[in-house]
Design a protein around this ligand. Structure first.
Ligand SMILES: CC(C)(COP(=O)(O)OP(=O)(O)OC[C@H]1O[C@@H](n2cnc3c(N)ncnc32)[C@H](O)[C@@H]1OP(=O)(O)O)[C@@H](O)C(=O)NCCC(=O)NCCS
Length: 384
């Protein structure tokens, strides 16, 4: 048998295409030329969404039009609302998790979008805006139904981030909570050829439609090695808390970690394919989340202190750093968001990156079709 050609397992280090949207390097994370710390400090999520989708920083007038377009598209069709009235039963009976519900609802939106089959640049931009506007409504209605209450209708006077929080709870968030959510959405918006974005480009590369590509991307993001890590990181901290008790006894935390190392456990919210010396987004979200925890009370500060000790041990003993999902778990917990909605909220942000990539793929398409190194049996006869 001829030996299989060499390949990069998991496509590590492979440059699979070009993009003008984002650059992920150990030294910097850049969206269309702007560094992530600059955006987190100075741009709103809506401005970043415009930057990613349209390709330039909006003028104040352009931003106003964009915001009003999003507000006018927040409502979702009756058929999707009827489906979401089943979400409480589906989730509470463990037949689905919120990411599954969101995936199905987005797929349904495609059936009800008159431009679904139109891959032109103009139609794609309109569809992007509709998806961006409607995803928070899906998340909000789903959570309302899980909580056994009527749907909270979307507002017209709140920002994208504040409206998302409002629809989940029926309460207008404080400016501080809105800011933390907004920055988290800025940080999550785009990350070049990550697994879900690559999935969306592979689907778009067959000249399939945007709703289909986004549906596939949601499925890819759900996994705990990718977007699902923000929920998994919080679940892991809850497990440590249960095992060590209510106080942060550092000796017990160390024992827990050593046991995890011995068991060869992957610690959720740590490590990254590209960032081997730390994720640019993690310290930004950590600082904001910790501030929110300090304002909320000692129970939440204790959670951050636990996370910081876990992080210290990972860094000193394994040289592995937290990625953005680690502080995200603690931050969203501090904000009172139910854990199974952390990854759907990631979708509410990353939809911008996905749609930008789908448009870029459609605008300059070539089918994405790599080859595999065959390592199966040599050719043989069916009849022996
Ligand atoms: C993100 C991730 C999938 C990247 O995987 P990858 O690039 O294939 O990295 P590898 O799995 O090859 O890791 C290299 C080494 O670091 C270790 N490592 C990486 N992440 C680790 C983690 N979170 N916990 C424990 N060990 C980890 C691996 O076990 C491996 O060790 P080895 O060389 O002794 O086998 C991986 O770090 C991971 O599973 N992290 C947890 C999930 C997560 O937080 N995902 C969100 C990513 S933004």
């Amino acid at each position: 048998m001829t030996s299989a050609p060499t390949h990069a397992k998991g496509l590590e280090g492979v440059i699979a295409g070009e993009t003008e949207i984002c650059n992920v390097e150990q030294s910097a994370l850049i969206y269309r030329g702007y560094e992530i710390a600059d955006l987190a400090e100075n741009a709103s999520f809506e401005e970043v969404a415009y930057l990613l989708l349209v390709g330039k920083k909006p003028t104040p007038e352009e931003l106003k039009v964009f915001q009003s377009e999003l507000v006018s598209e927040r409502k979702i069709p009756e058929l999707v609302q009827s489906f979401l009235k089943q979400s409480g039963d589906l989730v509470n009976n463990h037949a689905a998790v919120p990411m599954d519900i969101l995936r199905t609802a987005v797929s349904m939106l495609g059936h009800l979008d008159a431009q679904c089959q139109d891959n032109s640049a103009d139609a794609n931009l309109h569809k992007s805006k509709r998806l961006l506007a409607k995803i928070p409504t899906i998340i909000g209605h789903m959570q309302n139904n899980i909580d056994g209450r009527d749907f909270v209708a979307p507002t017209e006077d709140l920002s994208h981030s504040a409206n998302l929080l409002y629809m989940m709870t029926g309460e207008k968030p404080s400016p501080e909570a809105e800011k933390v959510m907004d920055v988290s959405l800025v940080l999550y918006a785009e990350h070049d050829y990550n697994a879900s974005t690559f999935t969306s480009r592979v689907i778009a590369g067959t000249l399939s439609d945007m709703h289909g590509a986004v549906t596939g991307a949601i499925a890819a993001l759900k996994g705990p090695l990718h977007g699902g890590a923000n929920e998994a990181a919080m679940d892991m901290l809850a497990e440590i808390r249960k095992d060590i008790g209510p106080e942060n006894d550092n000796a017990k935390i160390l024992d827990w970690m050593h046991q995890a190392f011995e068991d060869k456990r992957k610690l959720m919210g740590f490590g990254h394919r590209v960032y081997k010396n730390g994720d640019h987004r993690a310290p930004i979200l950590h600082a904001l989340g910790r501030k929110a925890a300090e304002a909320r009370g000692p129970e939440f500060v204790r959670l951050f202190e636990l996370g910081e000790e876990v992080q210290r041990i990972m860094e000193t003993e394994k040289n592995i750093y937290p990625n953005v999902d680690f502080p995200c778990g603690m931050t969203y917990f501090t904000m009172g968001i139910p854990v199974p909605q952390y990854t759907p909220i990631f979708v509410a942000s990353r939809i911008t990156g996905w749609c930008a990539h789908i448009m870029e793929q459609h605008a300059n398409n070539r089918l994405i079709r790599p080859r595999a190194a065959y390592v199966g049996p040599e050719t043989r006869n069916w009849n022996g």
